[in-house]
Design a protein around this ligand. Structure first.
Ligand SMILES: Cc1cc2nc3c(=O)[nH]c(=O)nc-3n(C[C@H](O)[C@H](O)[C@H](O)COP(=O)(O)O)c2cc1C
Length: 163
């Protein structure tokens, strides 16, 4: 059994999650940033990590998701929005919609500290997006608690690859 971890990460938050997922895998495994990632065909599991941009998976991840066909998939992501908010649910739904043939075994998301310059710029917009109200709470995330939660969620979703 062979697993592939693919991630997109501009400021390192999602990369931390990707490394925790990779550590948790007990089968044959590979990890790549999305720009260097191989075709997902031929892997028994693809763990796909993205960050939220404008309420959706970041564009590079979205492009990769379109290449995912009949794979088993585990999704993980970081975002400025509050965990469990509609914003997060909608973005996850969007991601699933980009991979209609995939078997999504599970998912995990947590907040990821937002680049302060970006935060300032978005807050200054005439109509800031609703997720920005939660972004101050993202400082310091992902933290150890987030990474532990991710590892547990991944083990629960994909026991055959993590046992
Ligand atoms: C240009 C830009 C747009 C963003 N849009 C959203 C968004 O729509 N919703 C959200 O919850 N977070 C948004 N964020 C916050 C990031 O998703 C979050 O900080 C994430 O952890 C960044 O991951 P990374 O460190 O792996 O790049 C945005 C950040 C940037 C830079």
């Amino acid at each position: 059994m062979k697993a592939l971890v693919v991630y997109s990460s501009q400021t390192g938050n999602t990369k931390k999650l990707a490394e925790a997922v990779y550590e948790t895998l007990t089968c044959e495994k590979e990890i790549f940033p999305v720009a260097d990632a191989p075709d997902p065909a031929g892997y028994d599991l693809v763990a796909l990590g993205f960050w939220f941009q404008a309420g959706k998976p970041d564009p590079k991840s979205a492009e990769y998701m379109a290449r995912v066909k009949d794979n088993k998939v585990f999704l993980f992501a970081t975002h400025g929005a509050a965990v469990g908010s509609d914003h997060v649910k909608n973005a996850l739904e969007h991601a699933r919609g980009l991979m209609p043939r995939a078997e999504v075994l599970g998912s995990f998301t947590c907040q990821g500290e937002v680049n302060p310059k970006v935060l300032e710029k978005v807050k200054a917009k005439p109509t800031p997006p609703p997720w920005i109200a939660d972004a101050d709470n993202a400082v310091g995330h992902p933290d150890q608690n987030d990474l532990d939660g991710l590892k547990q969620a991944f083990k629960d979703a994909a026991p055959a690859f993590t046992g």
